[in-house]
Design a protein around this ligand. Structure first.
Ligand code: BGC
Ligand code: BGC
Length: 663
């Protein structure tokens, strides 16, 4: 019934009231029509329709479409709604431009087909609007498509920072794009290109590291992998990018000051950055300069503040620096309900300020009706100009055209064959191998022989893909347990050893039930102890205390009892304080949050591949040192220096450096 609209997109709109009547009739929605009293626009526009012609240059299409749009449709484009909050019919009624899945925002049945069908359903509603503008669906596929069950889960960025291999990261960006598109989604809120200065931050693992050059090179590689069209891709005419990446969070997240956050009990996340502008530019801007040069078409603003003013209100940084100076011509999306934080008691002022500062699309994410009404009022009042609205919409439409959405609103479903394909699994396994950092290796306890007679394995982390994957996996805060396909560390070790080796696993490190032929407690040649942080995401993971827990130290001591040597594998989203516990094991390996392909760990432990990973974060010696990073520790020596510096990582055969005793 709504369909007849689309036959004459250029001449259709006679008068606003007619539009509103038909909108209400089409949608069957009970929502108050919002287009009641607008003046007729484009009444007699009989110019030829160019925007539907893929042969036209993108900017011509954008301008052609823009001039046909009424204010309500423009505001709709600027609105992004969380999928659980959108009411049936409202995408059409309000001409909503974008829907997202938050962390854990999967369909009831978490399969690629259900994801695809879900997105397609929303897309159909968008295409039922007068101008048939497709919506753009976004998700956080930050280490592979983590919300999708049984996707390929790659190491979190902290591990990729240690691997520091741009080609590998490029390939991961590409593979992630494929699995995401396979589920119907063209837009990834990734990569985080924070230059992280304080590892107590709960998002440390989302960052590649603490140094500008490393973050710049890997962030750019990821973006290029995700966006670049390759030979053989099914693309539309005029389509210029494969999928949309989102360098985030602009700017300087990861540089906030401890205890400066006013969100809940967060300490660093969403806090305040106090550096002078030259430092902001030298240290935190280069990853964005590079991303824009490489074709970034979306940037997410940061929840943080600079000198006390929320980034979402920083017209100078958003507009003057990012858009004008850097020449960024994509759109800026807000973070989750982040506009609202500018003036917590004044929604209207928050929205006006943020839109005028340069944020183009609001990740509302819940109450879109209020947002839309507020926008409408702000334009009516002259607090937001129509020029500013046009600028925002122009940017959003440019991206939709660049993705080919007008010709092909849904991606190629045959990409579903790439989900956990052999190629992706191999890539993830390689990434795990390259991400491992050997911190200590006394008496050359590593590598292990595949013929080692007895190997004990301890710790829940050895048998738990949830712990191995961390936050942003199936749920926003991660999900402990084996809910995905994948290879745990224990199964990887079992698969790696020869038949003659005996491998026993106990999560508590209690091996007393095993005895030798004489009935004495069986002594392992080596015990592999996996110490794992509980998963977390964002400010929930901000932590004053990053030392090992009592339970972890107990596990270590327990494991020593019946073993000639101990190897610790750390599953962690950040360096932790391990100075006092280092002597409790001969070897220590930082494995970060490797994701589903645990075989990569066995590959290196048993010497099929070498250790090549190097720390992308300084490893602190004490809590008192925090925050410590390459920028504030260069002149520190001896006990004031980090335990292991940025760039540190042993290889097989290298002698272990002296580890100072500092009291
Ligand atoms: C996250 C979302 C998540 C939500 C839950 C947000 O901050 O980014 O992905 O679903 O919080 O409240
Ligand atoms: C996070 C973003 C994320 C968004 C959507 C926010 O809470 O800060 O990084 O993209 O939620 O899940």
């Amino acid at each position: 019934m709504c369909k007849f609209f689309s036959f004459f997109p250029s001449t259709l709109l006679r008068a606003g009231f007619l539009f509103s009547l038909i909108l209400a009739a089409c949608s069957g929605s009970t929502a108050t029509p919002i287009v009641e009293d607008i003046a007729p626009i484009a009444t007699e526009d009989t110019s030829p329709v160019l925007y539907t012609d893929p042969g036209q240059p993108i900017d011509v299409r954008v301008e052609d479409l823009l001039k046909r749009m009424i204010l309500e449709e423009k505001i709709g484009q600027m609105t992004q709604v969380e999928k659980g909050s959108i009411k049936a019919g409202d995408i059409t009624t309000y001409a909503i431009g974008s829907i997202l899945s938050g962390g854990g925002g999967s369909p009831a049945k978490n399969t690629p087909q259900e994801w695809y069908a879900m997105v397609e359903g929303y897309q159909e509603e968008a295409l039922a609007t007068r101008l048939e503008i497709p919506l753009i669906y976004g998700v956080d596929a930050i280490h592979g498509h983590g919300n999708l069950q049984n996707a390929t889960i790659f190491p979190h960025n902290i591990g990729l920072g240690a691997a520091n291999n741009p080609e590998l990261v490029d390939a991961i960006g590409r593979a992630t794009a494929e699995e995401m598109l396979a589920s119907g989604i063209p837009w990834n809120f990734s990569p985080v290109i924070a230059v992280v200065q304080d590892v107590r931050w709960g998002r440390t693992y989302e960052g590649f590291g603490e140094e500008t050059a490393l973050v710049t090179s890997l962030g750019t590689a990821y973006l290029e992998g995700m966006q670049t069209i390759q030979e053989g891709d099914l693309v539309s005419e005029g389509q210029t990018i494969f999928a949309l990446a989102t360098p985030k969070h602009y700017i300087g997240d990861g540089a906030t000051i401890w205890d400066s956050s006013s969100t809940g009990d967060y300490k660093l996340d969403q806090g305040n950055i106090q550096v002078p502008e030259n430092i902001l530019r030298e240290r935190y801007l280069p990853p964005y300069i590079s991303a824009v040069d490489a074709g970034a078409l979306n940037v997410m603003a940061s929840f943080s503040s600079w000198k006390g003013l929320k980034m979402h209100a920083q017209e100078y940084l958003l507009n003057d620096v990012l858009k004008v100076e850097l020449g960024f011509n994509g759109f800026i999306v807000s973070d989750w309900q982040a506009m609202d934080q500018i003036y917590p008691d004044d929604y209207y002022a928050s929205i006006v300020t943020s839109v005028n500062a340069g944020v183009d699309m609001n990740m509302v994410p819940y109450d879109y009706v209020t947002f839309i009404e507020t926008m409408k009022k702000a334009v009516d009042n002259g607090d937001i100009s129509e020029e500013r609205i046009d600028e925002a919409v122009r940017r959003i439409l440019r991206v939709k055209f660049s993705l080919g959405l007008f010709e092909r609103p849904m991606p190629d479903p045959s990409l579903q064959a790439t989900i956990r394909s052999q190629e992706h699994l191999e890539l993830a396994r390689q990434a795990v191998r390259e991400s491992l950092v050997l911190l200590k290796n006394e008496k050359d306890v590593l590598p292990l022989s595949k013929e080692t007679p007895v190997i004990f394995v301890a710790g829940q982390g050895a048998n738990d893909l949830g712990l191995q994957s961390g936050g942003w996996t199936l749920e926003w805060q991660g999900k402990v347990g084996n809910h995905n396909e994948g290879t745990t560390i224990i199964s990887a070790i079992r698969a790696a050893v020869s038949e003659s080796a005996r491998v026993e696993y106990n999560s508590d490190g209690n091996f007393s039930e095993f005895t030798d032929d004489a009935g004495n407690p069986l002594v392992a040649d080596v015990t592999v102890v996996v110490l794992a942080e509980n998963p977390y995401a964002e400010g929930v993971g901000d932590a004053a205390d990053i030392s090992l827990t009592n339970a972890e130290v107990k596990l270590l001591n327990e494991a020593r009892k019946q073993s000639k040597a101990v190897v610790v594998i750390l599953l962690t989203g950040r360096p932790r304080i391990i100075t006092d516990e280092l002597p409790l094991a001969e070897a220590w390996v930082a494995a970060w949050l490797p994701g589903t392909e645990g075989s990569g760990i066995a590959d290196v432990l048993f010497n099929d591949f070498p250790f090549t990973g190097k720390l992308s974060y300084s490893w602190p010696r004490t809590h008192e040192q925090l925050p410590i990073n390459i920028y504030n520790s260069q002149d520190k020596t001896g006990c004031d220096a980090p335990l292991f510096p940025f760039g540190y990582g042993l290889e097989y055969g290298e002698s272990v450096p002296e580890i100072l005793e500092c009291k």
